[in-house]
Design a protein around this ligand. Structure first.
Ligand code: NAD
Length: 349
Protein backbone atom coordinates (compact mmCIF):
# COMPACT_ATOMS: atom_id res chain seq x y z
CA UNK A 1 0.00 0.00 0.00
CA UNK A 2 2.71 2.47 1.06
CA UNK A 3 0.60 5.60 1.56
CA UNK A 4 -1.11 6.35 4.86
CA UNK A 5 -3.08 9.24 6.26
CA UNK A 6 -1.98 9.94 9.83
CA UNK A 7 -3.99 12.14 12.16
CA UNK A 8 -1.56 13.99 14.43
CA UNK A 9 -2.73 15.50 17.72
CA UNK A 10 -0.07 17.86 19.13
CA UNK A 11 -2.01 18.09 22.41
CA UNK A 12 -1.34 20.40 25.36
CA UNK A 13 1.62 21.41 27.52
CA UNK A 14 4.78 19.66 26.28
CA UNK A 15 2.72 17.84 23.61
CA UNK A 16 3.57 20.09 20.62
CA UNK A 17 7.32 19.90 21.44
CA UNK A 18 7.52 16.10 21.68
CA UNK A 19 5.23 15.62 18.68
CA UNK A 20 7.37 18.00 16.61
CA UNK A 21 10.45 15.88 17.43
CA UNK A 22 8.61 12.71 16.38
CA UNK A 23 7.47 14.38 13.14
CA UNK A 24 11.12 15.14 12.27
CA UNK A 25 11.94 11.47 12.71
CA UNK A 26 8.96 10.44 10.56
CA UNK A 27 10.06 12.86 7.83
CA UNK A 28 13.59 11.41 7.93
CA UNK A 29 12.39 7.83 7.69
CA UNK A 30 10.27 8.63 4.62
CA UNK A 31 13.39 10.03 2.94
CA UNK A 32 15.26 6.76 3.32
CA UNK A 33 12.62 4.03 3.19
CA UNK A 34 11.38 3.71 -0.37
CA UNK A 35 7.68 3.26 -0.89
CA UNK A 36 6.52 4.86 2.37
CA UNK A 37 4.43 8.05 2.30
CA UNK A 38 2.74 9.46 5.37
CA UNK A 39 0.22 12.22 4.78
CA UNK A 40 0.01 13.89 8.18
CA UNK A 41 -3.03 15.95 9.13
CA UNK A 42 -2.93 18.08 12.28
CA UNK A 43 -5.89 17.59 14.62
CA UNK A 44 -7.11 19.94 17.34
CA UNK A 45 -7.86 18.18 20.63
CA UNK A 46 -7.35 18.73 24.34
CA UNK A 47 -7.68 21.55 26.81
CA UNK A 48 -6.82 24.22 24.23
CA UNK A 49 -10.06 23.40 22.36
CA UNK A 50 -12.43 23.97 25.28
CA UNK A 51 -12.56 27.81 25.19
CA UNK A 52 -12.88 27.74 21.39
CA UNK A 53 -15.37 24.91 20.86
CA UNK A 54 -16.74 24.04 24.32
CA UNK A 55 -15.34 20.52 23.96
CA UNK A 56 -11.89 18.93 24.02
CA UNK A 57 -12.63 16.90 20.89
CA UNK A 58 -14.55 18.96 18.30
CA UNK A 59 -16.56 17.34 15.53
CA UNK A 60 -14.14 18.35 12.74
CA UNK A 61 -11.31 16.61 14.64
CA UNK A 62 -13.38 13.44 15.00
CA UNK A 63 -14.01 13.54 11.24
CA UNK A 64 -10.25 13.71 10.48
CA UNK A 65 -9.61 10.80 12.85
CA UNK A 66 -12.31 8.76 11.10
CA UNK A 67 -10.72 9.43 7.71
CA UNK A 68 -7.21 8.41 8.81
CA UNK A 69 -5.41 5.08 9.01
CA UNK A 70 -3.94 5.79 12.45
CA UNK A 71 -3.41 8.55 14.98
CA UNK A 72 -0.22 9.83 16.59
CA UNK A 73 -1.29 11.63 19.73
CA UNK A 74 0.59 13.98 22.02
CA UNK A 75 -0.50 14.24 25.66
CA UNK A 76 -3.55 16.30 26.53
CA UNK A 77 -4.42 18.10 29.75
CA UNK A 78 -7.64 16.92 31.37
CA UNK A 79 -9.41 19.26 33.79
CA UNK A 80 -10.31 17.45 37.01
CA UNK A 81 -13.33 19.45 38.16
CA UNK A 82 -16.55 17.38 38.36
CA UNK A 83 -18.66 18.03 35.27
CA UNK A 84 -15.68 18.95 33.06
CA UNK A 85 -15.29 16.99 29.79
CA UNK A 86 -13.91 13.47 29.91
CA UNK A 87 -10.27 13.03 28.78
CA UNK A 88 -9.97 13.32 24.98
CA UNK A 89 -7.71 10.24 25.06
CA UNK A 90 -10.43 8.20 26.79
CA UNK A 91 -13.07 9.49 24.34
CA UNK A 92 -10.98 8.43 21.33
CA UNK A 93 -10.27 5.00 22.87
CA UNK A 94 -14.02 4.51 23.38
CA UNK A 95 -15.14 5.97 20.05
CA UNK A 96 -12.86 3.68 18.03
CA UNK A 97 -13.15 0.75 20.44
CA UNK A 98 -9.38 0.70 20.96
CA UNK A 99 -9.61 -2.08 23.50
CA UNK A 100 -5.95 -3.06 23.83
CA UNK A 101 -3.51 -0.69 25.48
CA UNK A 102 -0.05 -2.08 24.83
CA UNK A 103 2.86 -0.67 26.81
CA UNK A 104 6.31 -2.19 26.26
CA UNK A 105 9.11 -1.67 28.83
CA UNK A 106 12.66 -2.57 27.99
CA UNK A 107 16.06 -1.82 29.53
CA UNK A 108 17.85 0.64 27.25
CA UNK A 109 21.58 1.34 26.80
CA UNK A 110 23.00 4.15 28.98
CA UNK A 111 19.62 4.74 30.62
CA UNK A 112 19.38 4.06 34.37
CA UNK A 113 17.38 0.81 34.70
CA UNK A 114 16.57 -1.25 37.76
CA UNK A 115 18.03 -4.32 36.00
CA UNK A 116 19.78 -4.60 32.62
CA UNK A 117 17.60 -7.36 31.19
CA UNK A 118 14.02 -6.12 31.52
CA UNK A 119 11.88 -6.81 28.45
CA UNK A 120 8.18 -6.93 29.19
CA UNK A 121 4.90 -5.74 27.71
CA UNK A 122 1.84 -4.71 29.69
CA UNK A 123 -1.46 -5.34 27.93
CA UNK A 124 -4.17 -3.30 29.61
CA UNK A 125 -7.90 -3.53 28.90
CA UNK A 126 -8.77 -0.07 27.65
CA UNK A 127 -12.53 0.39 27.50
CA UNK A 128 -14.18 -0.38 30.82
CA UNK A 129 -13.48 -0.98 34.56
CA UNK A 130 -13.52 2.17 36.72
CA UNK A 131 -12.95 4.21 33.54
CA UNK A 132 -16.61 3.70 32.65
CA UNK A 133 -17.07 7.20 34.07
CA UNK A 134 -20.20 6.10 35.96
CA UNK A 135 -19.76 7.92 39.23
CA UNK A 136 -22.27 9.68 41.43
CA UNK A 137 -22.90 11.03 44.89
CA UNK A 138 -25.46 8.99 46.81
CA UNK A 139 -25.72 11.50 49.61
CA UNK A 140 -23.55 14.44 50.63
CA UNK A 141 -20.10 12.98 51.35
CA UNK A 142 -20.96 9.49 50.02
CA UNK A 143 -19.96 8.73 46.42
CA UNK A 144 -19.91 5.61 44.28
CA UNK A 145 -17.97 4.69 41.13
CA UNK A 146 -18.99 1.65 39.10
CA UNK A 147 -16.41 -0.92 38.06
CA UNK A 148 -17.85 -2.35 34.84
CA UNK A 149 -16.27 -5.64 33.74
CA UNK A 150 -17.74 -7.66 30.88
CA UNK A 151 -17.00 -11.11 29.49
CA UNK A 152 -16.72 -9.66 25.95
CA UNK A 153 -14.01 -7.16 26.91
CA UNK A 154 -12.10 -9.64 29.10
CA UNK A 155 -12.15 -12.37 26.49
CA UNK A 156 -10.86 -10.18 23.66
CA UNK A 157 -8.08 -8.52 25.70
CA UNK A 158 -6.96 -11.88 27.05
CA UNK A 159 -6.88 -13.36 23.53
CA UNK A 160 -4.87 -10.34 22.32
CA UNK A 161 -2.35 -10.93 25.12
CA UNK A 162 -2.05 -14.67 24.43
CA UNK A 163 -1.37 -13.93 20.75
CA UNK A 164 1.32 -11.43 21.72
CA UNK A 165 2.88 -13.91 24.16
CA UNK A 166 3.04 -16.48 21.33
CA UNK A 167 5.17 -14.03 19.31
CA UNK A 168 7.48 -13.47 22.28
CA UNK A 169 8.72 -15.75 25.09
CA UNK A 170 5.38 -17.54 25.55
CA UNK A 171 4.72 -16.49 29.11
CA UNK A 172 1.62 -14.63 30.27
CA UNK A 173 1.17 -13.13 33.73
CA UNK A 174 -2.48 -12.31 34.51
CA UNK A 175 -3.13 -9.80 37.23
CA UNK A 176 -6.31 -9.27 39.25
CA UNK A 177 -7.67 -8.72 42.73
CA UNK A 178 -10.10 -11.63 42.70
CA UNK A 179 -9.89 -12.20 46.43
CA UNK A 180 -11.63 -8.84 47.00
CA UNK A 181 -13.56 -8.23 43.76
CA UNK A 182 -14.82 -11.77 43.41
CA UNK A 183 -17.51 -11.06 40.83
CA UNK A 184 -15.81 -8.58 38.46
CA UNK A 185 -12.37 -10.19 38.59
CA UNK A 186 -14.08 -13.58 38.62
CA UNK A 187 -15.13 -12.85 35.01
CA UNK A 188 -11.58 -11.80 34.08
CA UNK A 189 -10.05 -14.95 35.63
CA UNK A 190 -12.58 -17.19 33.91
CA UNK A 191 -11.80 -15.55 30.55
CA UNK A 192 -8.07 -16.30 31.05
CA UNK A 193 -8.79 -19.95 31.85
CA UNK A 194 -11.11 -20.36 28.83
CA UNK A 195 -8.85 -18.67 26.27
CA UNK A 196 -5.79 -20.49 27.69
CA UNK A 197 -7.21 -23.73 26.23
CA UNK A 198 -6.45 -22.34 22.73
CA UNK A 199 -2.84 -21.53 23.67
CA UNK A 200 -1.43 -24.61 25.45
CA UNK A 201 2.16 -23.48 24.74
CA UNK A 202 1.82 -20.33 26.80
CA UNK A 203 2.95 -20.63 30.41
CA UNK A 204 0.56 -18.83 32.78
CA UNK A 205 1.51 -16.89 35.91
CA UNK A 206 -1.34 -15.74 38.16
CA UNK A 207 -0.73 -12.72 40.39
CA UNK A 208 -2.84 -10.47 42.59
CA UNK A 209 -2.24 -6.83 41.74
CA UNK A 210 -0.42 -6.04 45.00
CA UNK A 211 1.94 -8.99 44.47
CA UNK A 212 2.43 -7.93 40.84
CA UNK A 213 3.45 -4.42 41.96
CA UNK A 214 6.01 -6.02 44.28
CA UNK A 215 7.30 -8.59 41.75
CA UNK A 216 7.80 -5.85 39.16
CA UNK A 217 10.38 -4.34 41.51
CA UNK A 218 11.79 -7.61 42.84
CA UNK A 219 12.28 -9.51 39.58
CA UNK A 220 11.04 -7.52 36.59
CA UNK A 221 13.16 -9.64 34.24
CA UNK A 222 10.86 -12.60 35.00
CA UNK A 223 7.92 -10.99 33.15
CA UNK A 224 7.22 -11.39 29.45
CA UNK A 225 3.59 -10.32 28.73
CA UNK A 226 1.32 -9.13 31.53
CA UNK A 227 -2.43 -8.75 31.01
CA UNK A 228 -4.82 -6.97 33.34
CA UNK A 229 -7.90 -4.80 33.65
CA UNK A 230 -7.90 -1.08 32.95
CA UNK A 231 -7.01 0.62 36.23
CA UNK A 232 -4.51 -1.99 37.43
CA UNK A 233 -2.84 -1.75 34.02
CA UNK A 234 -2.69 2.03 34.16
CA UNK A 235 -0.91 1.96 37.52
CA UNK A 236 1.38 -1.02 36.85
CA UNK A 237 2.51 0.38 33.51
CA UNK A 238 3.67 3.66 35.08
CA UNK A 239 5.53 1.59 37.68
CA UNK A 240 7.09 -0.56 34.96
CA UNK A 241 8.06 2.57 32.98
CA UNK A 242 10.00 3.79 35.99
CA UNK A 243 12.00 0.53 36.07
CA UNK A 244 13.51 1.37 32.70
CA UNK A 245 14.19 5.09 32.77
CA UNK A 246 10.89 6.78 33.48
CA UNK A 247 8.02 8.34 31.59
CA UNK A 248 10.28 10.03 29.05
CA UNK A 249 10.81 6.60 27.46
CA UNK A 250 7.40 4.96 27.83
CA UNK A 251 5.13 4.66 24.80
CA UNK A 252 1.73 3.08 24.42
CA UNK A 253 -0.39 1.76 21.58
CA UNK A 254 -4.19 1.79 21.72
CA UNK A 255 -5.33 -0.86 19.31
CA UNK A 256 -8.73 -1.95 18.09
CA UNK A 257 -9.83 -4.19 15.26
CA UNK A 258 -9.81 -1.33 12.72
CA UNK A 259 -7.82 1.58 14.11
CA UNK A 260 -4.81 2.41 16.24
CA UNK A 261 -3.82 5.44 18.30
CA UNK A 262 -0.22 5.77 19.45
CA UNK A 263 0.96 8.07 22.22
CA UNK A 264 3.51 8.62 24.94
CA UNK A 265 2.35 7.24 28.30
CA UNK A 266 3.18 10.52 30.03
CA UNK A 267 0.88 13.50 30.38
CA UNK A 268 1.25 17.11 29.31
CA UNK A 269 3.74 17.97 32.13
CA UNK A 270 2.50 21.62 32.20
CA UNK A 271 5.43 22.90 34.25
CA UNK A 272 7.80 22.14 31.36
CA UNK A 273 5.65 23.73 28.63
CA UNK A 274 7.67 25.65 26.04
CA UNK A 275 11.01 24.91 27.74
CA UNK A 276 12.31 22.55 25.01
CA UNK A 277 13.54 20.34 27.84
CA UNK A 278 11.63 17.06 28.09
CA UNK A 279 12.51 13.76 26.50
CA UNK A 280 10.75 13.07 23.17
CA UNK A 281 11.81 9.40 23.01
CA UNK A 282 8.42 8.19 24.35
CA UNK A 283 6.63 9.95 21.48
CA UNK A 284 9.22 8.86 18.91
CA UNK A 285 8.79 5.29 20.14
CA UNK A 286 5.01 5.71 19.79
CA UNK A 287 5.53 6.67 16.14
CA UNK A 288 7.71 3.58 15.70
CA UNK A 289 4.92 1.43 17.18
CA UNK A 290 2.45 3.07 14.78
CA UNK A 291 4.56 2.05 11.77
CA UNK A 292 4.91 -1.47 13.17
CA UNK A 293 1.12 -1.73 13.53
CA UNK A 294 0.48 -0.31 10.03
CA UNK A 295 3.07 -2.75 8.67
CA UNK A 296 1.41 -5.79 10.15
CA UNK A 297 -2.17 -4.61 9.50
CA UNK A 298 -1.55 -3.81 5.83
CA UNK A 299 1.22 -6.40 5.35
CA UNK A 300 3.52 -3.58 4.30
CA UNK A 301 7.26 -4.29 4.41
CA UNK A 302 8.11 -0.58 4.00
CA UNK A 303 6.34 0.27 7.28
CA UNK A 304 8.07 -2.57 9.08
CA UNK A 305 11.47 -1.48 7.77
CA UNK A 306 10.76 2.12 8.79
CA UNK A 307 9.74 1.02 12.27
CA UNK A 308 12.89 -1.07 12.68
CA UNK A 309 15.02 1.81 11.47
CA UNK A 310 13.57 4.20 14.04
CA UNK A 311 14.09 1.66 16.81
CA UNK A 312 17.72 1.13 15.79
CA UNK A 313 18.29 4.88 15.56
CA UNK A 314 16.97 5.39 19.11
CA UNK A 315 19.21 2.58 20.43
CA UNK A 316 22.23 3.92 18.59
CA UNK A 317 21.79 7.49 19.88
CA UNK A 318 21.41 6.13 23.42
CA UNK A 319 24.49 3.89 23.03
CA UNK A 320 26.58 6.84 21.85
CA UNK A 321 25.36 8.76 24.91
CA UNK A 322 26.21 12.20 23.53
CA UNK A 323 22.63 13.50 23.36
CA UNK A 324 20.79 13.10 26.67
CA UNK A 325 17.83 15.03 28.04
CA UNK A 326 17.60 16.08 31.70
CA UNK A 327 15.61 13.04 32.82
CA UNK A 328 18.58 10.73 32.28
CA UNK A 329 21.36 12.98 33.34
CA UNK A 330 21.97 15.27 30.36
CA UNK A 331 21.22 18.79 29.25
CA UNK A 332 20.23 18.28 25.61
CA UNK A 333 16.97 19.78 24.48
CA UNK A 334 13.84 18.09 23.14
CA UNK A 335 14.62 19.27 19.62
CA UNK A 336 18.29 18.19 19.83
CA UNK A 337 17.17 14.67 20.77
CA UNK A 338 14.62 14.62 17.91
CA UNK A 339 17.23 15.87 15.43
CA UNK A 340 19.85 13.35 16.64
CA UNK A 341 17.46 10.42 16.14
CA UNK A 342 16.27 11.78 12.77
CA UNK A 343 19.93 12.10 11.61
CA UNK A 344 20.67 8.57 12.80
CA UNK A 345 17.65 7.22 10.88
CA UNK A 346 19.28 8.58 7.72
CA UNK A 347 22.85 7.51 8.61
CA UNK A 348 21.97 3.91 9.44
CA UNK A 349 22.61 1.85 6.34
P1 NAD B 1 2.79 14.01 33.56
O1 NAD B 1 3.11 12.68 32.95
O2 NAD B 1 2.36 15.07 32.64
O3 NAD B 1 4.07 14.55 34.32
C1 NAD B 1 4.58 14.02 35.52
C2 NAD B 1 6.09 14.27 35.58
O4 NAD B 1 6.73 13.27 34.77
C3 NAD B 1 6.55 15.59 34.99
O5 NAD B 1 6.47 16.64 35.89
C4 NAD B 1 7.97 15.26 34.62
O6 NAD B 1 8.80 15.31 35.76
C5 NAD B 1 7.88 13.82 34.16
N1 NAD B 1 7.73 13.71 32.71
C6 NAD B 1 6.60 13.55 32.00
N2 NAD B 1 6.86 13.47 30.70
C7 NAD B 1 8.19 13.59 30.57
C8 NAD B 1 9.09 13.59 29.45
N3 NAD B 1 8.66 13.43 28.18
N4 NAD B 1 10.41 13.74 29.68
C9 NAD B 1 10.86 13.88 30.91
N5 NAD B 1 10.09 13.88 32.03
C10 NAD B 1 8.76 13.74 31.84
O7 NAD B 1 1.69 13.74 34.69
P2 NAD B 1 0.74 14.76 35.46
O8 NAD B 1 1.53 15.97 35.87
O9 NAD B 1 0.08 13.94 36.50
O10 NAD B 1 -0.37 15.17 34.41
C11 NAD B 1 -0.40 16.39 33.70
C12 NAD B 1 -1.62 16.40 32.80
O11 NAD B 1 -1.51 15.39 31.80
C13 NAD B 1 -2.95 16.13 33.51
O12 NAD B 1 -3.93 17.01 33.02
C14 NAD B 1 -3.30 14.70 33.11
O13 NAD B 1 -4.69 14.48 33.08
C15 NAD B 1 -2.71 14.64 31.72
N6 NAD B 1 -2.40 13.27 31.25
C16 NAD B 1 -2.69 13.00 29.96
C17 NAD B 1 -2.38 11.75 29.45
C18 NAD B 1 -2.75 11.47 27.99
O14 NAD B 1 -2.96 12.39 27.23
N7 NAD B 1 -2.79 10.21 27.58
C19 NAD B 1 -1.74 10.80 30.23
C20 NAD B 1 -1.40 11.13 31.54
C21 NAD B 1 -1.73 12.39 32.05
Amino acid sequence: MGKYRIAVIPGDGIGPEVVDAAMKVLEAVQDVVKGLTLETVMVEAGLRCIPKYGTNLPEHSIQILKESHACLKGPVTTPEEPGSPRSAAVTIRRMFDLYANVRPCRSLPNVPCLKPNIDLVIVRENTEDLYSGIEFELAPGVAVALRVITWRACERIVRFAFKLAMKRRKQLAYVHKGNIMKVTDGIFKKAVREVAKEFPDVELWELRVDAAAMQLIKRPEAFDVLVTTNMFGDILSDEAAQLVGGLGFAAGANIGDDYGMFEPVHGSAPKYTGMNKVNPIATITASKMMLEWLGSRYRDEACLRASERIENAILEVLKEGRVRTYDFGGSSTTSEMGEAIARKVVELG
